[in-house]
Design a protein around this ligand. Sequence first.
Ligand code: PEP
Length: 256
Amino acid sequence: MRHPVVMGNWKLNGSKEMVSGLIKGLDAALNGVEGVDVAIAPPVMYLDLAEQLLSKANSKIILGSQNVDLHNNGAFTGDISPAMLKEFGASHIIIGHSERREYHNESDEFVAQKFAFLKENGLTPVLCIGESEAQNEAGETVAVCARQLDAVINTQGVEALNGAIIAYEPIWAIGTGKAATADDAQRIHAAIRAHIAEKSEEVAKNVVIQYGGSVKPENAAAYFAQPDIDGALVGGAALVAESFAAIAKAAAEAKN
Ligand code: PEP
C-alpha cells in the first residue's frame, strides 16, 4: 500500500515573515489530517527558521529542500550539501525540477548523480520528470519520462527507486494554470509504473508517483481518485496555507 505524499515547492518565494505565517497557518489547517505525508520545500535560506517553527509546534510537516550539490564539503562556491540539509532537518529533496534542468542546464546524468548522492546520505530524492509542450505534442511523453528515469535505473539499478519519490510534472502544466486532465495524468503515471515494472514489479508497485502541474484545491480530488497518482508536487497553491492544506486533505480522503 503506497502512502500519499503532498509536497509544496515554494521556489524563490519567501521572507521571514511569510515563512513564519505560512508554516503556522499550514500547521493549524492540517490539524487532524491523517493518512498523508505533507512536506514543504522553502528556499534553503529559511530552513533554519522553518525547522525551529516546526519543532516548536511539534508539527508533523516534513521539511524538504529544492536542490542539492554533489559534494558534502569543499571548494564549491554557492552550493548546499546533503550534510547541511540534514543538519537543518530537511529530508525530502527535490531534484531534476524542470526549472533547474532548463535554467541551470542540468542533464539527466547530472540529476541521476544527485539522486545517488542523496541516497548515499540517507535523504529522500523527489525526482522530477516530465516532457515539454513540443514533446507532448509529438507524442514523446512516455519516452522522455522513461529516458529521465533510466538515467537512474541504468546506473544505480531499479532498487535505487525504493524509498524515493517520483514527481511526474509535464513542463507545460507548471505554473501555467493549464493542468493535465486527471485521465491523461493517470495514463502517463501508469506508463511510468509499467516502465519500472519491466525491471521490478515490486519496486513499481511500491514507488510513490506524484503529479505536479497547476494542482489546485479545485482539481486535486480528481487526480487523487486515480489509482496511479499517489500525491502531488505543488508550486503556486503551496504558498497559501488553506489551499495547500485543502490539497493535502483531498489526498488523505481519496487514499484512505
Ligand atoms: C512545481 O513547480 O513543481 C509546480 C508543479 O508548480 P505549479 O503547481 O505552480 O504548477
